[in-house]
Design a protein around this ligand. Structure first.
Ligand code: NAD
Ligand code: MLT
Length: 309
């Protein structure tokens, strides 16, 4: 069988496919007609977040059996169309959870202590010690929006750093939240009580722009961290809230359009720390998601159960 890989994944995943006797073709950064042509004779397609797997792709890929997402979010894959075309979609829901949670904690410290801003100035020869008076996480309230795998891992880590926890997630039980030491509240309660708000939902029609002007005003004086998905937080509203001092700061790893265009408003705001979707970018996480995805593609070709479909 032929597997087309259109976003870079760890070699261990590619080797696993080849070891199982499959042909692997890598074609990174292809889009439009080039993507349609590349996928036309593929039996498997492996992507990360960079490739949009649209209805057109499913139309063109007449021999496709499975799309493997080497990561968690499947918002770049048209699931309805996959179902209509009888194509399995499988992700790797566990392999990068720790990496995403660690990046979230790092981003929280980065914004609370202005680490990137001070770094840039010191590299430029400026000893700006007097300009940065940070905020401790210890003793502050963390609001977690979306208490799933990553949200829970973040909650555990920040609980151990002395934060109080509140969470908003309409799909988990109070008992589960309580096991993590978090009080389950509604979104208003989460925004009003949090000093730091961290978002960990998928991007769905329900969560698109879940956090916009009104919600940011409720978080007044706090910090917002988004290492989940661009589009869950309204970027224009967030940039304005930080610029105007409604929020003390923000840290953002994910954007509505990636790669971000140079005129994205968040890039202009001094107190908004940004990274280019690095949440899952650790060696361990990339090896985990690549091998887990490859295993599922191999299973689908062998007509065996695909665990994360
Ligand atoms: P998950 O499915 O385990 O958890 C998501 C949680 O969000 C669930 O508990 C769900 O009940 C909750 N949720 C759904 N709709 C909600 C709503 N309207 N309001 C509040 N909560 C809602 O997913 P996960 O593995 O924890 O991943 C979370 C997010 O992080 C995803 O968007 C994923 O793509 C993203 N992610 C990003 C990176 C990165 O590189 N930055 C890495 C890993 C994961
Ligand atoms: C994910 O949802 O797993 C993240 O987007 C990580 C990634 O693939 O970069």
């Amino acid at each position: 069988m032929k597997v087309l890989v259109t976003d870079p994944i760890a070699d261990a995943g590619l080797e696993r496919l080849r070891d199982a006797g499959h042909e692997v073709e890598t074609a990174y950064d292809v889009e439009g007609d080039a993507l349609l042509s590349a996928v036309s004779d593929a039996n498997g397609l492996i992507v990360r977040s960079g490739t949009e797997v649209t209805e057109e792709v499913f139309e063109a890929a007449t021999d496709l059996v499975i799309v493997g997402r080497a990561g968690i979010g499947v918002d770049n894959i048209d699931i309805e169309s996959a179902t209509e075309h009888g194509v399995i979609v499988a992700n790797a829901p566990e392999g990068n959870v720790r990496a995403a949670a660690e990046h979230t904690v790092a981003m929280m410290f980065a914004t609370a202590r202005s680490i990137p801003q001070a770094h840039v100035r010191l590299k430029g020869g400026e000893w700006a010690k007097g300009d940065y008076l940070g905020t401790e996480l210890n003793g502050k309230t963390l609001g977690v929006v979306g208490l799933g795998r990553v949200g829970q891992e973040v909650a555990k880590k920040l609980d151990s750093l002395g934060m109080d926890l509140v969470a908003y997630d309409p799909y988990i039980s109070e008992d589960r939240a309580a096991q993590l030491g978090a009080e389950l509240v509604d979104l208003d309660g989460c925004l009003e009580r949090a000093d730091f708000l961290t978002v960990h939902t998928p991007l769905t029609p329900e969560t698109e722009n879940l956090i916009s002007d009104e919600e940011l005003a409720q978080l007044e004086g706090g910090y917002l961290v988004n290492c989940a998905r661009g589009g869950v937080v309204d970027e224009d509203a967030l940039a304005a809230a930080v610029e105007e001092g409604v929020l003390a700061g923000a840290a953002v790893d994910v954007f509505a359009d990636e790669p971000v265009s140079p005129d994205n408003p968040l890039l202009e705001v001094e107190d908004a720390v940004v990274t280019p979707h690095l949440g899952a970018s650790t060696e361990a996480a990339q090896e985990n998601v690549a091998t887990s995805t490859a295993d599922q593609v191999v299973a689908a070709f062998a007509e065996e159960p695909v665990v994360n479909a």
